[in-house]
Design a protein around this ligand. Sequence first.
Ligand code: ADP
Ligand code: MG
Length: 231
Amino acid sequence: RERAREILESVKGRDDTRLGVEAMDLLDAYGIETPEGDIVDAPADALEVAEGIEGDVVMKIVSPDILHKSDIGGVKVGVADEEVYDAYEDLVTRARNYQPDANIIGVQVQEMVDLDSGVETIVGMNKDPQFGPLLMFGLGGIFVEVLEDTTFRVAPVSESEATEMTEEIDSAPLLRGARGRDPVDVDGVSETIQCLSQLVTDFPAILELDINPLVATPDGVQAVDVRLTVD
Ligand code: ADP
Ligand code: MG
């Protein structure tokens, strides 16, 4: 809670009150599971983090000016240790080419999550002028715009409301294991919705927040990406 307050205070009074993955600790602080990893500002540090993570890693540009990272080639998936240096330089170059004066905080080095056995979902919140904080749940990844398969509740939600959200989207069967796939951790998704509900209730200054994707696998859920805007 204190950590969450610190992060949110840090953007107060800035011209730009948007935060990206540098706000991942906010999720951690509220019990939302995030992949192992860290944000660093030098290639050597990136390598050190990558060496501490089993297998390949994902590397992402961290900049409040670049909140749609893959649009500029700012996400590299499946990076081996020996590729970390080049990947780091390339991410920064791409960011600079996109916006020469971009405020680049560094690069996030993150554990790979298993997208093959998982489903990409979105959990978010938007302030509705009439209803206040509106929680959203739906399929994430490439499906979110195509299918518009989402559901909403006003925060704070009860446990049963959060569970209903996971059950009432059209693609709910996908979560429960369609076509011989293992069912994903739907309880974990519901818990994440409740944690987010608590976070936005405790901090009304959060105007909007998106976890996209929240990857749900049979073994649990992982918030892989986050962005938010603070009042
Ligand atoms: P952005 O939405 O800003 O483009 P993301 O962090 O969401 O950046 O990454 C884009 C996509 O890359 C994700 O939707 C996901 O498919 C993939 N990806 C990101 N992080 C990971 C990860 N840790 N493991 C596996 N795939 C990932
Ligand atoms: Mg994303």
